[in-house]
Design a protein around this ligand. Structure first.
Ligand SMILES: [Zn+2]
Ligand SMILES: [Zn+2]
Ligand SMILES: [Zn+2]
Length: 349
C-alpha cells in the first residue's frame, strides 16, 4: 500500500478520513487509486484536490456519508450511490444487532484493501449487479446459533467462508480476533487473517475468470496439478489425514496441498500479500524501489529479505512471526506464473 500526501504536505494513510494537520476531509478516489483532500462544493459534492484528480468533482460513497463505514468516493457523473467496493455487497449483517456494526466496519476495511490490491494489478472488478454472469459479489453473514440445532436441515445456519459462482461469502465472526484465533488453532494454520480470507477467496473467483478455459490452463495444471480431481473427496482426505509429509517442499501452506484449486488460491493470496507489503515497505523507506520491480525474481529476493526483517522485529516485540512461510523453488515458480497470468490476461467482463 502506498502512502499519500495531503495538499497541505502531510502524509496520509489509506484508512484516513481527515487530515490531522489541516483538518480537511479526505476521500479515496478509486479511479486514480489515490487518497485526496476534499474541498466542499455545491449539492454535497466535493472538489478533489489531489493532482491525479485533475480538478474533478466527486460525491461520497453512501456508506461514507450515511454510515461512516467507507472512505471512498464516486465520480459525480456515475449514477451509482455506492463506491466500486461497496457496490459489490450483496448482503451485509444486521446492523441493529449489538456488536455487528464493529465487525462489519472491519470487514469493509479489508474489502477495500482487497479492491485496491486488485485494481493495482489492473484486474477488472465488476459487481454482479451489473454483470450477473461474470461479476463479483460479497455476502457478509453471521452464524445463527438459534438455528444450529437444525443445522442438518437448515442450510445457512453455520456460515462457511468461501466462493461460489462469483459470490464470496465471509462469516463476520472472522472479524472477531478471539474467534479467528480459536479457528486458526483448531485448523492448525500458520496464519489466519481477515484480509487473507478476502485475498484467498478472490483467487477462486479469478481462477474462473483468468484460468478456466483460458490459454494458461495447461501450464497451471502442470504446476498446480489437475483440478478435475474430485474436490469434495480431496478436501475430506485433507481434513481426515492432514497434508502429505514434506508439503513445505512443494506448497506454500499445508492447506494448499488439499486440492489444486486451493493451491492456486493460496498462491494468489500470497502474491497479493507480498506485493502489497513490498509496496508499503518501499513507501515508508524499508525497502529499495526495485522491490516493486516487474521482474518477479527481483521482487521475491527483496521479499525474502523484508519478511525476515519483519519477523525479527516482531520477535523483539514478543509477537508471532507475521510471515511464517518458506518459499521453496516450486512455490516461487507458482507465484511467478500467477503474476504472469494477472499481467497478461485479456479478461474483460
Ligand atoms: Zn492536510
Ligand atoms: Zn464505499
Ligand atoms: Zn479456498
Amino acid at each position: 500500500m502506498k502512502t499519500f500526501r495531503c495538499t497541505c504536505g502531510n502524509t496520509l494513510y489509506f484508512e484516513n478520513t481527515q487530515c490531522v494537520q489541516c483538518g480537511r476531509k479526505l476521500g479515496f478516489l478509486p479511479d486514480v487509486l489515490t487518497l485526496s483532500a476534499l474541498e466542499p462544493a455545491d449539492q454535497g459534492q466535493y472538489l478533489a484536490l489531489a493532482p491525479e484528480a485533475d480538478g474533478r468533482h466527486y460525491k461520497a460513497c453512501l456508506n461514507y456519508s450515511a454510515q461512516d463505514a467507507c472512505n471512498w468516493m464516486v465520480p459525480v457523473d456515475d449514477p451509482e450511490p455506492y463506491c466500486i467496493a461497496c457496490r459489490l455487497n450483496q448482503v451485509i449483517p444486521n446492523l441493529e444487532k449489538p456488536g455487528n456494526r464493529a465487525l462489519w466496519i472491519r470487514v469493509e476495511q479489508r474489502k477495500r484493501r482487497l479492491v485496491y490490491d486488485l485494481r493495482r494489478y489492473r484486474l477488472p472488478v465488476f459487481p454482479q449487479s451489473s454483470h450477473p454472469d461474470t461479476g463479483l459479489a460479497f455476502a457478509f453473514l453471521e452464524d445463527n446459533p438459534g438455528d444450529l440445532e437444525f443445522a442438518d436441515s437448515h442450510q445457512g445456519s453455520q456460515i462457511m467462508t468461501g466462493h461460489a459462482n462469483g459470490l464470496i461469502t465471509i462469516n463476520i465472526a472472522e472479524a472477531d480476533d478471539v474467534e479467528r484465533e480459536r479457528m486458526r488453532l483448531q485448523m492448525n494454520e500458520q496464519q489466519r487473517t481477515l484480509l487473507g480470507h478476502f485475498r484467498h477467496e478472490s483467487g477462486h473467483y479469478y481462477w474462473d475468470r483468468l484460468v478456466a478455459n483460458g490459454p494458461f490452463l495447461a501450464r497451471v495444471r502442470d504446476l498446480f496439478g489437475d483440478e478435475r480431481q474430485d474436490y469434495t473427496q480431496a478436501l475430506n482426505n485433507y481434513y481426515n489425514n492432514g497434508p502429505p509429509a514434506n508439503w513445505q517442499n512443494t506448497h506454500v501452506s499445508a492447506y494448499a496441498s488439499s486440492h489444486p484449486w486451493e493451491d492456486w488460491a493460496e498462491c494468489w493470496a500470497h502474491l497479493l500479500q507480498i506485493t502489497d507489503t513490498l509496496e508499503t515497505a518501499v513507501a515508508i523507506g524499508l525497502a529499495p524501489p526495485e522491490a516493486m520491480d516487474s521482474d518477479m525474481d527481483k521482487r521475491i529476493a527483496q521479499w525474502v529479505k523484508l519478511a525476515l526483517k519483519i519477523n525479527l522485529i516482531n520477535r523483539s516485540l514478543d509477537q508471532p512471526d507475521p510471515y511464517p512461510f518458506v518459499l521453496s523453488p516450486p512455490v516461487v515458480d507458482k507465484l511467478k506464473l500467477v503474476d504472469e497470468i494477472i499481467r497478461h490476461s485479456g479478461f474483460t467482463p
